[in-house]
Design a binder for this molecule. Structure first.
Ligand SMILES: Cc1ncc(COP(=O)(O)O)c(C=O)c1O
Length: 449
């Protein structure tokens, strides 16, 4: 597939990239100049008021919220008969909506992969507080995929007649692994509601909800098209949404609430889940952002990122330290098969030890390269990659001085010199060969170090 149009697009629409090597697309996508121009032009020409009324400015805002919902459904090929879009501040808040509303009860099950963002991990606290069990399925080195037989055994443990929630990321924000979407149907057939975290997936992959039917999907829009920040969504199947029980009511979520009558009635559909006033001025920018992606085409974006990821992997894995050993240790698949544009690794020095990821970040900053180091809010991925065991972690957390507080420096001391983080390079729709070449030159600086 021809992806050369993306080079022209970068030149014209992303001028800030002329002087910067941006390799942090999984943390945040970038916006095109035309997205902000179109949005500001719209705001200049229209009067938008708080949506919860029938006055003209309010009605216009309501109309544009509805247009944004329709645009999201269309983008994911999700029929409005089957799916609802609920706007939330970001993917994490969409996940919190599920955590606090899913009807976990004693004996119910929450199953999740080691490889998950903390905003999914955090749901275990809601589950356990209500007497459900939380169980993790490990990922296995070197590719950091789930052992399918292990997953099958765990999926067999759904509680008959109970509430069972299975959560996993469509793409790992740690290793770039794309976990099979086929799990959705398998898990649902065995009595699980499936929560698909699509936050690291949808910027470079098509998610067709007419084909894949999880119960809940979450994501943040800035990861797909950079602007605006502050809006994410939960896309839920209507039948699954009906199962959720909100723990409170607030402005915007009710039809009627009474002080003296001490009752409230939740609104129908998405409104019941959207607390307070939506970011209504930013809403038109969602439709603009989606149109921008559609004008380029997700297939072209996917192909561009796949190609560059292959190029990066090939170059990086070929580098050797002066002791003849590979310069990097990769955490994830070494080819482009069933993986996205996230490449995570540590550099190894001539003495055979890992180079501290903080040092790598410091040097990258000086070279005007934006990459990310640490565990990327994915502790399960980090623990597996870095070989930190459950026993080590428990003995660290059990120390009396760590009862209430644990700083990252205390944690480093605790796990006894093991590396506490890795280096992540992530590519996106307007990455180019030059970005990868610049990074490879930077990487060569660790040869002999
Ligand atoms: C896989 C995954 N899930 C969830 C999130 C949380 O997204 P947000 O911080 O926008 O809420 C991220 C963010 O990096 C992510 O990569």
């Amino acid at each position: 597939m021809e992806t050369g149009a993306l080079d022209e697009l970068r030149e014209k629409e992303y001028p800030a990239l002329a002087t910067h090597t941006y390799l942090d697309f999984t943390a945040a996508g970038l916006y095109a100049s035309s997205q902000i121009t179109r949005h500001f032009e719209f705001l200049r020409q229209h009067l938008l008021g708080n949506p919860h009324s029938t006055n003209p400015s309010s009605s216009l805002a309501t109309e544009y919220v509805a247009r944004a919902r329709t645009a999201v459904l269309r983008f994911f090929n999700a029929s409005p008969d089957e799916w609802e879009v609920i706007f939330a501040g970001n993917a994490s808040l969409a996940l919190k909506l599920i955590g606090e509303s899913y009807p976990f009860g004693p004996g119910d099950r929450f199953l999740l992969t080691f490889d998950n963002h903390n905003s999914v991990n955090g749901i275990r606290e809601f589950a356990r507080a209500r007497g459900a069990t939380a169980t993790y399925v490990p990922v296995v080195l070197p590719e950091m995929r789930v052992d399918e037989s292990d997953l099958s055994r765990n999926l067999e443990t759904a509680r008959s007649g109970g509430n069972n929630l299975f959560a996993y990321p469509a793409q790992s924000n740690f290793s770039g692994v794309q976990h099979p979407l086929e799990w959705i149907a398998t898990a649902r057939e065995q009595g699980w509601d499936v929560l698909l975290d699509a936050a690291a997936f949808t910027a470079t992959n098509r998610l067709d909800l007419s084909r894949w039917k999880p119960d809940f999907v979450v994501q943040s829009f800035y990861k797909i098209f950079g602007y605006p920040t502050g809006i994410g969504c939960l896309i839920a199947r209507k039948t699954a949404l009906a199962k959720l029980q909100r723990p409170w009511f607030s402005g915007g979520t009710i039809t009627v609430a009474s002080v003296q009558g001490d009752r409230y009635y939740l609104a129908e559909g998405p409104s019941a889940f959207e607390d307070g006033t939506l970011d209504f001025l930013a809403m038109p920018a969602i439709e603009i952002g989606l149109q921008h992606i559609e004008s380029i085409g997700m297939d072209a974006i996917h192909e561009r990122v796949r190609h560059l990821t292959g190029y990066l992997l090939e170059k990086l894995l070929a580098l050797k330290q002066t002791n003849g050993k590979p310069l990097v240790r990769l955490y994830g698949p070494p080819t482009t098969e069933r993986r996205g544009g996230i490449v995570t690794f540590n550099f190894y020095g001539a003495d055979g030890g890992a180079v501290d990821h903080r040092k790598v970040e410091e040097l990258a900053n000086k070279a005007n390269i934006s990459l990310r180091t640490g565990c990327f809010c994915n502790p399960g991925g980090g623990e597996v990659a870095l070989g930190i065991t459950g026993t080590e972690l428990s003995s660290c957390f059990r120390q009396p001085e760590h009862e209430a507080h644990l700083t990252i420096d205390d944690f480093r001391l605790c796990i006894d010199g093991k590396s506490t983080g890795a280096v992540r390079v992530s590519l996106g729709m307007v990455s180019n060969t030059q970005d990868v070449d610049r990074f490879i030159e930077f990487a060569k600086g660790f040869i002999g170090a």
